[in-house]
Design a protein around this ligand. Structure first.
Ligand code: HEM
Length: 141
């Protein structure tokens, strides 16, 4: 069961990083086509985050052991939950305006999306460290 999480994370990470960079770049350079293309990818990444997080808990409960990495497992979990909260809040914010934020709110939105991209990368790095640093899910212990 723990293999569902690694399968799903790729979609969340790819959509959120590529989409977030594209959408923020579109907003900051006032290129609407880029902004919209990025927004679609960010929405896809946000939709993938919920099953990714659910599968993360499934992985946490089904791996053989944490090999001394318990604190890092819980830190990775907290970062994942904050990430889900951030992108869900951004989606609700946009949804409130039917997908078209007022011009004076767009720069703040772009900054928060970029923060979300950074958080995605850190969370993904932490997940990789669980597997490649502690051997969680790939060794017994
Ligand atoms: C918040 C709930 C989460 C929990 C409880 C969780 C838990 C785990 C656990 C236990 C592992 C190692 C075991 C395995 O899957 O084989 C792992 C790996 C990983 N996680 Fe998470 N995770 C969560 C969210 C996330 C999110 C939101 C991301 C993406 C940004 C992410 C990215 C990764 C990555 C990239 C790996 C390494 C996969 C591999 O290379 O095999 N996780 N996670």
């Amino acid at each position: 069961m723990h293999l569902i999480h690694p399968a799903l994370v790729h979609f969340s990470v790819a959509f959120l990083v590529a989409g977030g960079l594209l959408e923020a770049a579109g907003i900051l350079s006032r290129r609407e086509t880029r902004e919209r293309a990025g927004a679609v990818l960010v929405l896809a990444g946000t939709l993938f985050l919920a099953p990714t997080v659910a599968a993360g808990f499934l992985a946490q409960n089904s791996v053989a052991g944490f090999n001394g990495g318990t604190a890092d497992v819980h830190l990775h979990e907290r970062f994942g939950l904050v990430l889900l909260g951030l992108f869900a809040a951004l989606a609700l914010w946009k949804g409130w305006y039917q997908g078209r934020l007022p011009a004076d709110q767009k720069v703040l939105y772009a900054v928060l999306v970029l923060a979300g991209v950074g958080l995605t990368l850190v969370t993904a790095w932490m997940g990789g460290h669980l597997v490649y640093g502690y051997g969680i899910g790939v060794t017994f212990g």
